[in-house]
Design a protein around this ligand. Structure first.
Ligand SMILES: [Zn+2]
Length: 116
């Protein structure tokens, strides 16, 4: 575990990431990004920087959560959770994350075939 700086649209967050999370956040441009990591635990975030306030706060951002939107975003891909990290002071958005689930129908097809 180490502390990483994760870029969002409205600032950044300093957080403790696992190796796996750090790999997800690294899009190969020399910076790490918030969006691909998924949800971060509040206790794993140490600081947040808000562009609007132009201040780095010594505490985690707020998390605004929308659970189970169940929005079909593409074939077989469902949005199951959406969250926003917002500034503790002015509530502007620091960054967002989305969690998707694949609707895997192959196992059902397999069962149907074996029953025939
Ligand atoms: Zn702010």
């Amino acid at each position: 575990m180490a502390q990483f700086k994760l870029q969002g649209s409205g600032g950044y967050i300093i957080a403790d990431l696992t190796e796996d999370q750090a790999k997800k956040a690294d899009l190969g441009v020399g910076k790490l990004f918030l969006a691909p990591v998924g949800k971060l635990e509040e206790q794993k975030m140490f600081k947040h920087y808000c562009k609007n306030c132009a201040v780095e706060f010594d505490k985690p951002p707020k998390i605004q959560l929308e659970e189970n939107p169940n929005e079909l975003v593409a074939d077989n891909l469902i949005l199951i959770e959406r969250g926003q990290y917002t500034c503790q002071q002015c509530s502007s958005i620091i960054g967002e994350y989305r969690v998707f689930k694949k609707q895997d129908e192959s196992s059902d097809v397999g069962n149907a075939r074996s029953n025939q």
